[in-house]
Ligand binder design. Sequence first.
Ligand code: ZN
Length: 374
Amino acid sequence: MYITDNFDSGNIRVIALQDPQDIQLEIKHDNQSEFFQWFHFRFEAEQAQSYQFHIINASQSAYPQGWQGYQVVASYDRQQWFRIDTDYDGEQLKFSLALEQSSVYFAYFAPYSYERHLDLLQTIQQDPRVRLSTLGQTLDGRDMSLLQIGDAEQAKHKVWVMARQHPGETMAEWFVEGMLATLLDEDNPLAKKLLEETVFYVLPNMNPDGSVRGHLRTNAAGINLNREWQNPSMEHSPEVFLARQKMLELGGDLFLDIHGDESVPYNFVAGCEGVPSYDARHQLLEETFKQAYMAISPDFQDQHGYAKNKPGEANLKIGAAWLGEQFKTLSYTIEMPFKDNADLPDEDYGWSPERAMQLGADVLFPIKQSLARL
Ligand code: ZN
């Protein structure tokens, strides 16, 4: 038996690898941080036999309640990620697989690799309506890349979409890939209409260092970027500093920050009801967005989600709240599940890249409806 995590976004530590029925593993914490939950590794062994894995530090992870009802994803070809039998006993995460081939990958959710991120940028920028630019560099020296879609000169509205402030939430970049493909589909009338009057600014990966390092929640310096929006610095959080600077320079009419939630088995939004400037207009924009999203996608709902903030009690260190207050307009955090949408479950795949991409494609309709209210 052999296990490795020595690749892009790999994360596992081997504790014991003698007994095929008791392979003991630990998830490594993010660099200079206590957070951990993301795992991703390759396992090699004799095929046609069954193996049982135990993540022995699961209960100390960032969101232990996230393991309840959760199923690990596995893949033989690194393309299709299927769910496997998983059990959480309050201490360890246990999962087993009868190997069909001698080598298999396991992960917390279908990975979105750094190479795929670079492919996405390069593919999208071939469209004449797209401009790729580099805002600056991360602490590990990677590019902070911004895609502009549409004509800024003639646009009436500016929409910002960013993903993966929390790098382990890979579904967020799958979402953005689906959104971009639909937005640039010249046979899609909604997208065509939207681009006549709107320019999109998209940050597909806000945390490339954390992504490559196999982090759950932080950048190379162990900083949770989604708590940096009031006072970002080039020293600790250049990702937010650079994005925020550009947003302040260009302005914006609608902001979306895409995430994944470890615990809640639904797609939902977290809004700005707790920011100081929240008013009837802001509320109307939020209601319009939610109603339109529910109308177009049964994968989106508004029953389950986070507890609402009391007036004035929003944490303005959080990106969506800071942006909503700064620009006094619709600014949503969109959350997708690591598990599945319990309203519309898929036994084989759970919540998946394909479904995240579809939800990303469908977000254009609520964007359009909300912009019409401005
Ligand atoms: Zn998040």
